[in-house]
Structure formats: structure tokens, C-alpha cells
Ligand binder design. Sequence first.
Ligand SMILES: C[S@@+](CC[C@H](N)C(=O)[O-])C[C@H]1O[C@@H](n2cnc3c(N)ncnc32)[C@H](O)[C@@H]1O
Length: 293
Amino acid sequence: MSYEFATEDISYEDYASGRVLYNQKGTTSFPARLISEIFQRCVAYLEKQGKSAPYTIYDPLCGGAYSLTILGFLHPDLINKIIASDAMEDVVIFAKKNLSLLTEAGMQDRINQIKQYLADYGKESHAEALESAYKFESIIKNMPHSININCYQADALTDSIKLDKLKPDALKTDALEPDALMPDALKPDTLKLNTLKPDALNLVTLKQDQSEMNDKIDIVITDIPYGKLVEWITEDGKDAVSVMLQNLLPKLSKQSIVAVSSRKRTAIYNDNYTRVSKFQIGKRQIVLLRPNS
Ligand SMILES: C[S@@+](CC[C@H](N)C(=O)[O-])C[C@H]1O[C@@H](n2cnc3c(N)ncnc32)[C@H](O)[C@@H]1O
């Protein structure tokens, strides 16, 4: 497949996880150029439908929200609201940290932090991170409008989930690591989720934020768990994609578009959607779907 929109093979090193964007062990990151390509294909589709920017975008499997944060920096003019959710509480906390970088206050905090690292340890990686952070700061200052951000914990497969029923493997996102820029010797011990007492895992029913239910989403852009680092959080992984698509329907309008990235040959299908297009790059396939009604 060739890129139709992100045609320039520029360096995306500013977006590297752990540089300015926070990094956490056990979470995945998505190639910046590819996420930009997928997003722009969705935008092209919406424009053809007569729906113009700015758009509300949503990732129901947001992980550390790398993709959404990157999109905020790459396409601030096209996005006015970012919604992010994930089933894992610690992952959501981390996603919030990354998304905060799209705000002046969040970016200022990060700049101050990196400056402190630079003053204390003077590493080249800190100087490079600071340079990237200043570029992001300038993007934020020049944004045509601020981006409204909403990030919460929710199960994409049901509107409630009992964490005590999770498969042990689902807890692979198990280490909270504050900052990849921090020298190893100074990093606090990582916190293993599976060493937490059961009540710390909060065996409660997690409810989706009701205020979000009425929010119509223009673009859903997501990559499903591939099994290597993160897995579907479900008792039975069968048809997870179809169930997720079904659950998304109330949040979509007829004009919405859903882009799902997965391993090749994964069935991305639900009776209530029609496939708009499909392309492959490397090990990934990306399927764009529109709701039937
Ligand atoms: C491949 S990662 C997504 C990475 C993300 N797009 C990013 O840019 O960082 C898949 C995520 O799906 C989450 N997940 C798995 N099962 C879920 C479920 N049933 N509901 C919501 N999130 C789930 C995992 O916790 C993981 O963070």
C-alpha cells in the first residue's frame, strides 16, 4: 500500500514514546506516520459526505493515548474534541498524562520537568526532548482552537466489567514507570499490578461516563489488542471486534467513520456496518467502516 496523505517520509522522532510523550512499560505505541494517514483517510471520507472539520475523535481502546496525542499535535486544526477510554484504570491515568500534553499547562509541566533533568544530568537525550517539547509548545500556542479532552475508564465490550473476572494475562500492562527520561538508577521501583491486593483492583462495576453517551463521534480511530503486549480484556475473546463495533453504534451518527487497525486476517466485521475501504501496511491491516444507519 502507498501513503495517500502522509506522503512525506519525514522524521517523526519528536513523537517517539518516552521523549516528550510519556512512556509506560506494557503499553504500545503506534507509528506516527501511519496514524496520520489513517486519520486523513477518515477526514477525506467525511469531507466527501459533506461533513467538515473540526471533528470529535474517539479511541475506545486508547491505551496510553499515543495515537490520539500525536493526532492532536499533527492535526490540531481538524480536531476539536478527543475522547479516550480504556478498560484498565492505570492505563487511563497514563493516557490522561499524555493527553495533558495537548494543553498549555500540561506541556509547561513537561518542559519544566525535562529542563530539570537537563540541569541535573545534562544528557543529550534530555536536550533533544526539550527541543521537541518546544516545537509542541509552539503548536499548542498556534492552535486555532483548544482541543476539548475527555478521558475515562470504560469497557469497550460491555458497559460494565468485573475486574475479578479478568484473565491473568490481561494484567500484562503491569508496570507503572514514571518517566523514560529519568536515569535508570533513580527510577522508583515499578509497581506491579498483579502484586496489588484484590481490593486495590477495585472489584466494582465500571460504568461508562453517562455524559458521554450523547456525544456523537465523527471518527473512531483505534487499534485492537494484538496479543503480544496487550490482550482483549474479556472472558471470551471471540467476536470482540464485532461486540465493540456494536457498542459503538449509539455514539455514532450515519456520517461517522470507524477505522480499526489490527493484525492481517483479523475479521473486522459487524452486520450493522459497511466496509468503506481496507489497506495493509507491514503486519497491519486497517479497515474503515461506516455504520449502516
Ligand atoms: C493496542 S492497545 C491501544 C494503544 C493505543 N491506541 C495507543 O495509541 O496507545 C489496546 C488497548 O486495549 C485495551 N483493552 C483491552 N480490552 C479492552 C476492553 N474490553 N475495553 C476497553 N479497553 C480494552 C488495553 O488495555 C490496551 O490498552
